[in-house]
Design a protein around this ligand. Structure first.
Ligand code: Z16
Length: 859
């Protein structure tokens, strides 16, 4: 920052990306082969079977480049290296390949005017990168050999990497899967997000069994996967005042300005050179510190504003569904959307096209309501900076944006918006005037309004996102139907049904099959006699497995893979907790954010019910019971008291149950702390059955259900979200469904409110379990009362309504598991029918329905 001593720069725009002046290096002669093609570090291009392309690097190239990075980038000696250092060097060596591909991709896409799509997401839950980069480059085996030659093991080095956990759960992981699929299909899609200093908090379990939170300083060690772009910066303004100039135009000035600095993360496609970009913004003070205060000797005050600038991107908010009206969160949202739009606009301007053609070159997907401020921000730029008249500006905006809804409505208090973003509040009120022209009755207009009346007034972000976008989608058939029938109903009447559509979520088969379950991927390849790349690029090819479901030899191999994955998990648990697990037992898994609507409470009360039933048996009867191990993992929002109590109950029930000599061989229970993408990669392939048991109509989609099923785990669930479409694909006889259906939920809740029936009458089985917990059988008499009261009192999530059918479903699961051959067949059929749930398909849906972009292979 030179501006501390250079007053001439103060107040001048610092959009450095715009000022760049580029030249070709003189004396630059690329190292080429006889055909004139550039050589190292690109590596010779390799054409894979099926015409898929990747890069080639031989083992000696690999060892040389790793040693090179040890000595230069890390400044360490080859005879004095630990695993962390070896990981860094290997990562840097792989990064060289990514960089070359990434550069070529950007050059290629810049070589002619190309329409691009931008995925704006406040969360990208990437997990680890090295393994994925090696897979996508097709260099995994070669690197394994090279690393072995150097005296380390690739597997150990992979474990050194820290997860990039810039997300809460499903929405963030979905964004990561979508980037993988876009790059793999050679689609020009960029991600835009924030570079949080701290990712999702680290979860610890305290002595009393409750969740404790610690920070996740994931950038403490060097992050080889990001490229700081100090040449790409934008000024972002907050506060100040907005003065109308003529008509709809205004000048926004004063307030505070902070600097957005770009960091680029390379996103390699699978078996293609195409490498896309994820651009993450970091906030920095625009000036190092306030010189006036500094000179007056007030050092604290001098750094205050620079600290507040840095604070914007310091931490990911750990709330997944709830929005608190926190100023810093709103600042994050504006900072990110404003920087991203400035960057998108700069890139568009390089094309030299009239601004009216903006939507012909730019599509922007809004991932939930978080980036909705992009709508008034683009209006502001067009009106105030580009001199576009209101109607033309609104036309551009409403052809550019697309909105995906993942849940119900967050809103922002008008006074907070007014203070932080006065110009945007003006624009939102101006959109209200437009809205007033809409025909229809008063009540309807009030429902559709962008402003919710009250004290204070609120801005309805979902309504704004809806009217400012070309199209709106939900994330599973049921969810999209519900949107159209409920919160978006008035808008459906107004805009017509075609604006509202469905894109069922998907998952990337690269990470969620090949990477997390290499044995299964290999077995599938061997069985189908196909290269892995064929089904990893076209997941519907898995259907070929159906032919083999009755082949006893194949069944045996299938079961052996599952067994080996269970042993891998058992090993992990033994190393991390010291517990020894019976891998012959059925593995039952529920892993997801802790939430009342996801009903982990139903699961744990079901486990306790089972425990009590086992206790009531004679030893002879117990001998006939099939052993079962239940796994939970997941984080609760730090302020979510009831969710945290559920964790405490699970942990303390586990302490009792796992120690009970009468039952511990047939029932054990684990809460694995600090759930993460990497932990999911171990848990998912090991599951026999997984639970997705939300109250019907509450889980928009669910995506881990797809991951379990892809890995041959069966599904126990409610008729909700993507569970429904999974059952449609695999056949209802292959899943375990229970519970009330969505249309019944509203009525039942009404009954609970106005005609409550005591729990002893409504559901005696559940009442008995609750009484045991309440009496202190699992320690802490009294502490669980607030949790138990949510069920005893109005039972909003309908545990008392679904408990009996849940227990019945668990019994069916037990019975089905007895017939192991039939179980294995169900498992094979389930995997075979997961083709629909590839994120490649989902991205194709978006590319065609929304973005209107095409694949663009490198020459
Ligand atoms: C989130 O993870 C989801 C919704 C939301 O509004 C906010 C967050 Cl952080 C989840 C949904 O709960 C889940 O059903 C869905 O599968 C996922 O988003 C991706 O669509």
């Amino acid at each position: 920052m030179t501006s501390i001593i250079d007053p001439s720069t103060i107040g001048k725009p610092q959009n450095t990306a715009r000022r760049r002046h580029v030249r070709t290096l003189t004396g630059y002669t690329p190292d080429t082969d006889e055909k004139g093609k550039e050589k190292w570090p690109r590596g010779d291009e390799k054409v894979w079977k099926d015409g898929l392309r990747g890069v080639d690097k031989d083992v000696p190239d690999i060892t040389r480049s790793v040693v090179h990075h040890v000595q230069t980038s890390l400044a360490r000696q080859a005879y004095n290296l630990d695993e962390a250092g070896a990981y860094q060097a290997a990562a840097l060596s792989v990064r060289d390949n990514l960089l070359v591909n990434w550069n070529e991709t950007q050059l290629h896409f810049n070589s002619k005017p190309t329409k691009r799509a931008y995925y704006l997401s406040l969360e990208f839950l990437m997990g680890r990168t090295l393994d994925n980069a090696l897979l996508n480059l097709g260099l995994k085996n070669k690197y394994a050999d090279g690393i072995t030659k150097l005296g380390f093991s690739l597997e150990d080095l992979l474990e050194q990497e820290r997860d990039a956990a810039l997300g809460n759960g499903g929405l963030g992981r979905l964004a990561a899967c979508y980037l993988d699929s876009s790059a793999s299909q050679e689609l020009p899609v960029w991600g835009y997000g924030l570079r949080y200093q701290y990712g999702i908090f680290q979860q610890l379990i305290g002595p009393d069994g409750s969740q404790l939170e610690a920070p996740d300083p994931w950038l403490q060690h060097d992050n080889p996967w990001e490229l700081p772009r100090s040449d790409v910066t934008y000024d972002i303004r907050f506060y100040g005042h907005s003065e109308r100039v003529d008509g709809m135009k205004a000048v926004w000035s004063g307030g505070q300005e902070v600097l957005a600095v770009a960091y680029d993360v390379m996103i390699p496609g699978y078996a293609t050179k195409n490498t896309n970009n994820l651009r993450l913004w970091e906030s920095k003070p625009k000036r190092g510190f306030d010189l006036n205060s500094f000179n007056a000797g007030d050092y604290e005050r001098a750094v205050e504003s620079s600290n507040s600038a840095a604070a914007i991107t310091s931490v990911l908010y750990p709330n997944d569904h709830t929005t608190f009206g926190k100023e810093l969160r709103l600042k994050q949202q504006y900072f990110w959307t404003a920087a991203s739009l400035a960057d998108i606009l700069r890139r568009f301007k390089n094309l030299d096209k009239p601004i009216s053609e903006f939507p012909e070159y730019v599509s922007i997907q809004l991932n939930d309501t978080h980036p909705t401020l992009a709508i008034p921000e683009l209006m502001r730029i067009l009106l105030d900076e580009e001199d576009v008249p209101w109607d033309a500006a609104w036309d551009i905006v409403t052809r550019t944006f697309f909105f995906t809804n993942h849940t119900v409505l967050p809103k922002w208090p008008v006074p907070l918006m007014q203070h932080l973003l006065p110009r945007h509040m003006q624009i939102i009120f101006d959109i209200v005037t437009v809205e007033k022209k809409f025909p229809g009755d008063r009540e309807k207009l009030a429902r559709m309004s962008l402003i919710e009346e009250g004290f204070p007034q609120n801005v309805r972000m979902a309504n704004l996102a809806c009217i400012g976008s070309r199209k709106v989608n939900g994330v599973a058939e049921l969810h999209s139907d519900l949107l159209r029938a409920t919160i978006m109903k008035d808008f459906v009447d107004f805009f017509g049904i075609s604006k509202f559509f469905n894109v069922t979520n998907g998952i990337t088969p690269r990470r969620w099959l090949d990477q997390c379950n290499p044995l299964l991927s290999q077995l599938i390849a061997d069985t189908l006699k196909l290269p892995k790349a064929t089904f990893l690029k076209d997941l519907t090819r898995l259907e070929g497995l159906l032919k083999f479901e009755d082949d006893p030899n194949f069944q045996k191999k299938w079961a052996a893979v599952k067994q080996s994955n269970k042993e891998r998990l058992a090993h992990y648990v033994q190393v991390t907790t010291g517990h020894i697990i019976n891998t012959k037992a059925m593995f039952d898994v529920q892993i997801k954010r802790l939430h009342e609507y996801k009903r982990q409470t139903l699961n744990i009360l079901g486990v306790i019910h089972r425990y009590l039933a086992l206790k009531a048996m004679t030893p002879e009867e117990r001998k006939k019971v099939n052993p079962k191990v239940v796994f939970f993992a997941g984080k609760a929002a730090p302020g979510y008291y009831i969710a945290k109590l559920t964790i405490r109950l699970i942990v303390n029930a586990a302490r009792i149950i796992n120690e009970d000599p009468e039952t511990k061989d047939i029932l054990s229970l684990f809460f694995l702390p600090d759930y993460s993408v990497s932990l999911a990669e171990i848990l998912i392939p090991a599951s026999d059955i997984s639970q997705h048991i939300s109250t019907a109509g509450t889980e928009a989609s669910g995506t881990s259900n797809m991951k379990f099923c892809l890995n041959g785990g069966l599904l126990l669930g409610t008729v909700d979200g993507a569970n429904i479409e999974i059952a449609e694909e695999v056949g209802e006889q292959n899943v375990f469904f229970f519970g009330h259906l969505t249309p019944a939920v509203e009525d039942l809740r009404y009954q609970h409110m106005y005609h409550p029936v005591p729990i002893e009458q409504k559901c005696p089985g559940l009442a008995k379990v609750i009484n045991e917990v309440s009496a202190g059988r699992f320690g802490d008499a009294g502490v669980y009362e607030p949790l138990l009261n949510t069920i005893r009192q109005n039972d909003y999530y309908l545990l008392t309504e679904d408990f009996d059918s849940y227990i019945q479903a668990l019994k069916l699961v037990d019975e089905a598991y007895q017939d192991r051959t039939e179980w294995i067949k169900k498992s094979i059929r389930t995997t075979a029918k997961m083709g629909k749930f590839s994120s490649d398909r989902a991205i194709q849906d978006y590319a065609q329905e929304c973005w209107n972009i095409e694949s663009n292979k490198l020459p």
